[in-house]
Design a protein around this ligand. Structure first.
Ligand SMILES: CC(C)(COP(=O)(O)OP(=O)(O)OC[C@H]1O[C@@H](n2cnc3c(N)ncnc32)[C@H](O)[C@@H]1OP(=O)(O)O)[C@@H](O)C(=O)NCCC(=O)NCCS
Length: 177
């Protein structure tokens, strides 16, 4: 039986957190850092279970991003993962579909960083083509290493974002995007 639960971070049980840790360790083959783990919390989680076992997860957290200097309330996707043995069966797409609905309803734009372009493009996400920068005390610092990895999801409040504009984020521990 497939169940999908949407829950705020502070509503996650200890057992759910333990299952998430195991899922992320398997999906990223041990390369999911403590910083990656920390940034998964503070928003909403979609937990997809099959017969009670966690198969896939994704989270959306709120971030401010700046589009040509104008602040946007963004739903930022984190820790989208499916158990390796069960990938390619639609679990990840179902989780992202649920996250997309949350983003469209509550935020001005969706955003995420990924190496899985085809997966997100198929689900309606658009590659950011413009400059990417991080806002620091010294001013905007380019993050060219993220070029080709940042995707956005249009919403009813911003149905046609200018994908060639400059997109800026605040710094945070670990990967800024
Ligand atoms: C990326 C990831 C979450 C995808 O999860 P998934 O459960 O395999 O996703 P889906 O099964 O919905 O889709 C995966 C592929 O299988 C295909 N697929 C989905 N259902 C299918 C089905 N019933 N039959 C055949 N193929 C299917 C999809 O077309 C998709 O192909 P695409 O990625 O080229 O578009 C998963 O590969 C993963 O955990 N990767 C490691 C962590 C990671 O990289 N996360 C993303 C970083 S943001």
């Amino acid at each position: 039986m497939i169940q999908q639960r949407v829950v705020q971070s502070d509503g996650l049980t200890e057992d759910e957190r333990a299952q998430m840790r195991a899922l992320f360790a398997a999906a990223w083959a041990g390369r999911f850092s403590q910083e990656d783990w920390d940034r998964t919390f503070g928003g909403l989680h979609v937990l997809r279970r099959v017969d009670g076992e966690l198969m896939a997860h994704g989270a959306v957290i709120e971030r401010t991003l700046w589009l040509d200097g104008a602040p946007l309330r963004v739903g930022y996707l984190e820790a989208v993962a499916t158990r390796p043995a069960n990938q390619g069966r639609g679990h990840g797409s179902a989780v992202v579909d649920a996250l997309d609905a949350i983003v469209r309803e509550n935020y001005e734009l969706g955003a995420l960083s990924t190496g899985r372009r085809s997966f997100y493009e198929r689900l309606g996400w658009l590659l950011w083509r413009g400059p990417l920068v991080v806002r620091t005390a010294e001013g905007d610092t380019p993050t060219p290493e993220e070029s080709g990895a940042i995707f956005v999801l249009p919403t009813p409040s911003l149905p046609d974002p200018d994908l060639d504009a400059t997109l800026a984020c605040d710094p945070r521990p670990g990967d800024v995007w």
